[in-house]
Design a protein around this ligand. Sequence first.
Ligand code: NAD
Length: 364
Amino acid sequence: MSVAIITGSAGLIGSEAVRFFSKLGMDVIGIDNDMRKFFFGEEASTTWNRRRLQAEISNYEHYDIDIREYSKIEGLFKKFGKSISLIIHTAAQPSHDWAARDPFSDFSVNANGTLNLLQATRNYCPEAVFIFTSTNKVYGDLPNYLPLIELEKRWEIEPSHKYQGGISEDMSIDQSKHSLFGASKVAADVLVQEYGRYFGIKTVSFRGGCLTGPNHSGTQLHGFLAYLMKCAATGKHYTVFGYKGKQVRDNIHSSDLIAAFYEFYQNPGVAAVYNIGGGRESNCSMLEAIDICQSITGREMNYSYEDSNRKGDHIWYISNLSKFKSDYPNWSIKYNVTQILQEIYDYNIEKWTKEDSSLLAGVS
Ligand SMILES: NC(=O)c1ccc[n+]([C@@H]2O[C@H](COP(=O)([O-])OP(=O)(O)OC[C@H]3O[C@@H](n4cnc5c(N)ncnc54)[C@H](O)[C@@H]3O)[C@@H](O)[C@H]2O)c1
């Protein structure tokens, strides 16, 4: 028996990982307490996704545990012991805006929760592969000091700059504004590296750009493309904050990310760090994303612009994928932004229609 422990198993990345690794025949243990509902309200609850996993996947077992409770985490790791060959840790408070409201919850989930999982791995299954979903916010707002040029619909980096192909892992994570969320994720990212370097555990920090996909419970504070498309499809109002709407994000489909996890699992390093996102192949500015949404839904988006940007928000962030591609040459990006948005739309339109049929009058 080979066991995979997946935290945040009802969330976007966690649930995709459950489906993928259970199909490989692994017994999958999911940990998720629907804390996303506590962070962002009922609209963002992931209970619907947890129920689907439990109904559809026979080799899936769900544990409603808070990763901050070490005794419960320890109990689980003790129970499965050395049969655990993979830990995918995605449970988190994921929003930089939210973190400032309740720094204790943010830090204890993101930093202490990660420490709990690392320590349990060290004690009960030190040979297992430990995959952590870090974030590009570990670089703080340093990307905003790159030489950027303004184009009609987006910011771009100067073509001669060394990060023209995207920002690589050599960018400093020090001395910049991170938001409290970025700071708690830095703590976790460095802990993950340290359990690799110091104890020899096969750890990796994947520093994600925007992670997205049809299973995202998108909400205003988290889940950019999913929430944007939800607003575009339902006529709900959307606010664009700052940078003239030209801020650029790279977006990776959850299945492309899980494929990267699988490559690492098959051939793991120790204390590895990779930037991961859509890279040059899958990125958009806010204005470009709105254009794509409008052409998919066939209706004008109901949005407004507010001049003040969100604190610590990146103006231009594209991940450089060269390091990962060079270590794992079988891996490539399969989805671009248009394909991702189309899939989010196709997959959710019925659910959104049911949720709010009155708002949908007029959608073709
Ligand atoms: N989505 C993005 O754009 C993005 C970008 C970069 C990094 N990340 C990171 O990737 C990871 C996964 O992101 P996602 O978009 O799938 O998030 P998500 O919010 O969809 O899923 C996270 C899940 O973790 C659960 N959870 C939260 N706190 C918990 C706790 N204390 N105990 C148990 N479960 C808890 C939530 O209920 C939720 O179901 C996170 O660590 C996030 O910081 C996400």
